[in-house]
Design a protein. Structure first.
Length: 211
């Protein structure tokens, strides 16, 4: 029987988590430049951590193989400076100095804009957001994702949240959320320049009271 350890995130986990993010394929679509992509991955991960009030990773045989990040808006304090701010800003400045860096940031902003349009003014209807969930492909379908979601749901329930939302798309394993009882409340087709086929983006919600 495989032993999985669910624990708080540590700084030593960042590199492994960046590799997991890179496996999604999204970041390779927005830039073929390995150096630029690595910095963008670092910024993205730290941005997720900065925006979250709950984070857990799962470890197997000393290797981090999954992560969940989420936010309860009641516990989220908007401050000008966090432990992640300096690292994010320094990397963004460096990316803006590079032509490929600027191009990549624009591609990411353009794609993210689709999520903002789908979300519209609905954010105020929710108590929080599931910001990131990823599990190494080698360890999927053994219950890790379900356990990570359950831990986040427990946190949201204990902190008096009534509901939360998540945004995902057809580049991700979005059907996982269908199987976990999430409700798809919005979708939108996106024509992305680097894609040969249309991408669909989705807005899901989850009611904590019925968990």
């Amino acid at each position: 029987m495989q032993k999985f350890i669910y624990r708080d995130i540590q700084e030593k986990d960042y590199e492994a988590l960046e590799k997991l993010l890179d496996m999604t394929g999204y970041f390779k679509k927005i830039t073929p430049n390995n150096k630029v992509r690595q910095i963008v991955l670092q910024v993205y991960l730290r941005g997720c951590l900065e925006d979250s009030t709950f984070t857990k990773v799962v470890e197997h045989q000393g290797q981090v193989i999954g992560i969940v990040c989420g936010r309860n808006n009641k516990h989220s304090k908007k401050v000008a400076w966090t432990p992640y701010t300096a690292g994010i800003l320094s990397r963004l400045i460096y990316l803006h100095l590079l032509k490929e860096g600027r191009k990549t940031l624009k591609a990411h902003r353009d794609f993210s804009q689709n999520y903002k349009e789908l979300m519209g003014d609905k954010e105020q209807q929710f108590d929080g957001e599931l910001t990131l969930l990823i599990v190494d492909k080698q360890y999927r379908r053994v219950g890790i994702g379900k356990t990570l979601i359950h831990q986040f749901l427990e946190y949201m329930k204990q902190t008096k949240a009534k509901n939360f939302y998540l945004l995902t798309d057809t580049m991700c394993q979005y059907t996982f959320y269908d199987r976990q009882g999430f409700r798809k409340i919005g979708k939108q087709k996106v024509n992305w320049v680097n894609e040969l086929k249309e991408i669909e983006i989705y807005l899901y919600d989850k009611d904590i009271e019925h968990f």
